[in-house]
Ligand binder design. Structure first.
Ligand SMILES: [Zn+2]
Length: 270
């Protein structure tokens, strides 16, 4: 008779870190998580998405608030994805580590991603949960930033530019958020429309699917803005080396992004 082991269901796991406060040098203990099971633990999933204080440590000596970047695996067994927050890219990631978190379960069918910061980690979870390809979101993000005027990029730095849930929308509704440098929480929000997603998917998905290394399940890949930048450099190179139809397609894509995201008419790229 098969007995379901309910205790093993929620993989959420706490861990305690010894920290030295960068402000006063005092030592303290910080209780945090090294695994969050968003598929089984709705409250933790909610906190990951909406609680901005989740990974803050308060120094018991000088009361400084410190954002602590420490490794944490986010897993959703139902949606079949994992995002590993690995602040130090040199940290070795082994399949054994992941398998032990999952109690020996195989994750060969999972979409696996790596992220270097909590912000990037949360963004990946939002992207994947929305049901659209996270690699295509990174391409949209890259394309949209190219449309920001040179002078405005100084004011709207790349580090603060990200994808977030659309306020008042469902989990499939996401927006591009440009935050201003030096003005906390101030910025611009643009909905990513279904048309923008559709056109991006039509143009770029066939290209992505042709590259086996970009489609491996069960391997922790990092698809970020800088990945999209490198990918687009290759696409542009191919387009400029005589593939006329491709240049036209890219021009159409840029125009679509301008119209759909910024409601602006963009001149076709030369
Ligand atoms: Zn302190």
């Amino acid at each position: 008779m098969a007995v379901e082991d309910n205790q093993q269901k929620d993989r959420t796991h706490r861990t305690e870190l010894q920290l030295t406060c960068p402000a006063c040098g005092g030592v303290g203990a910080f209780s945090t998580w090294d695994c969050i099971d968003g598929g089984e633990n709705a409250e933790m999933r909610r906190r990951v998405l909406h609680d901005e204080g989740l990974f803050f440590y308060q120094c018991p000596h000088c009361h400084s608030q410190i954002h602590v970047e420490s490794p944490c695996l986010y897993v959703d067994k139902h949606k079949k994805f994992m995002v590993w927050h690995i602040p130090d890219p040199k940290t070795p990631v082994t399949s054994e580590d992941v398998r032990s978190f999952l109690g020996g379960d195989s994750f060969a069918e999972y979409r696996c991603r790596a992220a270097l910061t909590w912000g990037e980690w949360r963004e990946k979870i939002i992207e994947i949960e929305s049901g659209y390809d996270d690699r295509l979101y990174e391409i949209i993000k890259y394309g949209a930033y190219q449309l920001v005027k040179e002078g405005d990029r100084e004011k709207l730095p790349l580090e603060a530019y990200h994808i977030d849930l659309t306020e008042g929308g469902g989990s499939e509704d996401v927006s591009l958020v440009f935050l201003e440098r030096d003005r906390k929480g101030m910025g611009y929000v643009y909905d990513i429309t279904p048309k923008a997603k559709e056109v991006t998917s039509d143009i770029f998905l066939p290209l992505l699917e042709r590259i086996p290394a970009m489609n491996e399940m069960g391997r922790f890949d990092r698809f970020s803005y800088s990945w999209a930048q490198q990918f687009m450099a290759q696409v542009l190179k191919a387009a400029s080396s005589g593939q006329e139809a491709y240049s036209q397609l890219l021009g159409f894509w840029v125009q679509t992004l301008g119209k759909e995201l910024f409601h602006a008419e963009i001149q076709p790229a030369e």
